[in-house]
Design a protein. Sequence first.
Length: 303
Amino acid sequence: MPSISDTKPLATFFVSHGSPRTLVDETPTTAFYKKIGEYARKEGVQGIVWMSAHWETPYDTIEIASNDPNPPKDFVAFVPDEIMDYRINSDAKLATRCHDMLKEAGFNASLNPTATWHQDVMIPLRWMYPDWRSCPPMSILSVNGRFDPYFHLKVGQVLRSLRYDKILLIGSGGGIHNLYTVSWHHIIIHKDTRPRTKPIEGYAKEFRESLNESVVKNEAGPGLGRAVCRLLRHPYFVKCNPTPEHFLPMIYAAGGCASHLDAGYVNAFGGENWEMNTQLNSNFVFGIKRDDRSFFVEDESEV
């Protein structure tokens, strides 16, 4: 059996799941989802471990979804019929493997066999694997409600070795996620979140630039982990993300590529789109070879 040093690890991913309209409206973000699906098929992916922004656990706990296949799905507002027939390939064996790794590393981890799967996983999954029958076994990790970035970074670091066994680590959240500032009438009345009706504010431009630079100007490795954790101290972080639960899955995904063993691999911007004027759907891939252009996109931001 080949050693870890002889095996190419999979990349890890951060995806923004966007508003419920992302389930049906094509954007640069949905194009990124489809690229991940293509990558997964090409690489022979055997499983996916998600971190869900919509599942939060208290105190020092982290839970792992250990449902049998076809677990309960949360209602997706505005497009409720789009995923009703989609069967989720939840896998208790994969969940148990993650649980055991986290427990051994000192986490207060527990299995949850009745977890509800939310839209933050269902939306990208629907584009990655339009036919549910082709989807590999999966599990979900909760976000910890103390919102410590280093906690979530360590989760990714602990599960890093799964990448050598063809298991994807994906965090699902958002780049800028402030529901107090979004233009709700875009989705409620017009049923289209993509048109811009007011300019991007300076604080959002500045945070977006810092976010992208923290990822793409650092190689994979410990420096990446430090850079993304520092973003929670950015002067505009709280204005962009009043609560950080949508940001922490990115730190989990980066943690999966934050070892000194990841030196020499790079990270890439995977595209973005804005919704309802102020919500930024940022997407990144971590830990790809320097000459791998399969995820490369030009930064054509409105900023």
